[in-house]
Design a protein around this ligand. Structure first.
Ligand code: NAD
Length: 452
């Protein structure tokens, strides 16, 4: 008896000859609580993008269902003793969307807005990202629902260690490798690595990436995501016939990704006229002085109150500025049907995961706004996480120049591949990137076969 899907699904190794396919969209899932009518937010967006790719590839509904749902997910209670002795119960998740091409890979998010559906969406996007830039991983993501800024460092450490100890059965260097995301950093990765290693009785450097250098981190990892964002932004400007000098950019989010993206674009000659964080936005038509702004933000916890610029009425006002390039580098769903027509930038480079909803994508496409999708634009982080894992597994360390040259090569290769495929089939960069990734993952998945 045949137990895999080879007979019903169409494998498409020769993508270049593939005309876009028209067929009804897969209707989603048979799970009652997740009907398309009730589902909204990042998971609905991720599934709509998957459905679009499945349709273009001419794959069947069974493949859609398989890829629309995570392979494995774990929800854990994280009881925390606060510094004042009170006990608080937090909830954490780890989702492995697909592991056909290798261990799960994806960040760990600490935010008050974490939900299981959000983590599922982020894990799915990780699967596509890893496939698109050809790193040998599947996709995973984790999250704990709390705002780390409201907790002491000791409390964050206790949350991290308890969460890690709960998910130990499903993580490891050959199973699933967490990395930093919103609200987490290299110290959190060090605590995770230590907790995992202590439970096994020996040091396992490869269980997390984005670690401090002293603990098997890689040179170039802290800035990898933002350097990758800058590489594709500059490649896109060149494609659009624009020079960096004379080009303006606004960056939403002044964290690990936004800060670095602003800095690298500034170094390339782009004028950074506005940045914002969750508290507010600052603007200077002559260009913000980034070293001073970084110092101000590090000292006060926000860009607000920075003397070298004027405050905008709120964070979202940054999205509608008259700039050439917009880099959303904060959270999902900030560009949507209700505001996409107010965006004036002609190039959007998605430093964040999932900042643009499918409805906004259609508005941008109709307006001729070029959107570089997240799974391409912010892939620098996972590329250098892969380099870190390779180095940790070999216990042999590369120079920063080696890391950054290899990062640039991979980003440029992925950009050229997506651009060519989009042009060939007259589809958006997001559709092209997702189609290329979904095809790679589907081929791997079905070639392995479905275990009976
Ligand atoms: P971070 O926690 O370091 O910074 C997040 C920034 O976004 C902060 O400045 C915060 O104030 C701001 N922010 C939050 N909500 C906001 C809002 N509503 N409006 C404006 N600003 C807001 O997080 P990060 O690591 O920089 O991640 C940012 C995004 O990039 C996330 O979508 C993440 O998934 C994605 N990403 C991160 C990495 C990485 O290596 N860190 C890699 C790929 C993708």
């Amino acid at each position: 008896m045949t137990t895999d899907l080879d007979s019903s699904a169409k494998l498409r190794p020769d993508l270049d000859c593939a005309p876009p396919h028209t067929r009804p969209r897969p209707s989603g899932t048979s799970r009652e609580e997740e009907t398309p009518d009730t589902l909204s937010g990042p998971l609905a967006d991720a599934r709509a993008q998957l459905a679009d790719a499945i349709e273009i590839l001419g794959l069947d509904d069974g493949v859609y269902s398989m890829l629309a749902h995570p392979r494995r997910e774990m929800t854990v209670s994280v009881p925390l003793r606060r510094d004042d002795g009170e006990i608080e119960l937090l909830v954490g998740h780890r989702v492995q969307h697909n592991v056909s091409r290798g261990p799960g890979k994806g960040g760990l998010r600490y935010s008050k807005d974490v939900t299981l559906d959000e983590v599922r969406a982020l894990a799915m996007w990780m699967t596509w990202k890893c496939a698109l830039v050809d790193v040998p991983y599947g996709g995973a993501k984790g999250g704990v629902r709390f705002d780390p800024k409201l907790y002491s460092r000791d409390e964050v450490q206790r949350v991290t260690r308890r969460y890690t100890s709960e998910i130990i059965p499903i993580i490891g260097p050959t199973q699933d490798i967490p990395a930093p995301d919103m609200g987490t950093d290299e110290q959190v990765m060090a605590w995770m690595m230590d907790t995992y290693s202590a439970s096994l009785g020996h040091t396992v450097l490869g269980v997390t990436t984005g670690k401090p250098l002293e603990l098997g981190g890689s040179l170039g990892r802290p800035t990898a995501t933002s350097l990758g964002v800058a590489h594709v932004a500059l490649a896109a400007l060149s494609y659009l016939g624009r020079r960096p000098s004379g080009t303006t950019v606004a960056v939403q989010g002044f964290g690990k990704v936004g800060r670095g993206a602003a800095r690298f674009l500034r170094e390339a000659g782009v004028k950074v006229v506005a940045v914002c964080d969750e508290y507010g936005a600052v603007f200077n038509a002559d260009g913000l002085c980034l070293p001073e702004l970084e110092a101000h933000s590090a000292a006060t916890g926000s860009v607000l109150g920075f003397k070298g610029g004027e405050e905008l009425e709120n964070s979202d006002a940054l999205l509608y500025l008259d700039v050439d390039v917009l880099v959303p580098a904060a959270i999902e769903g900030v560009l949507h049907a209700g505001n996409a027509d107010r965006v004036r930038a002609s190039l959007i480079v998605e430093g964040a995961n999932g900042p643009t909803t499918p409805a906004a994508d259609e508005i941008f496409r109709a307006a001729g706004t070029l959107v570089i999708p997240d799974i391409l634009a912010n892939a620098g982080g996972v590329i250098v996480s892969y380099f870190e894992w390779v180095q940790a597994n070999q216990a042999y360390w590369w120079s920063q120049t080696d890391v950054e040259n290899r990062l640039r090569e991979r980003m440029e290769r992925a950009w050229n591949r997506v651009l060519e495929y989009a042009a060939l089939h007259d589809i958006s960069l997001r559709s092209a990137a997702t189609v290329l990734a979904v095809d790679t993952v589907t081929t791997a998945h079905l070639t392995r076969g479905l275990y009976p």
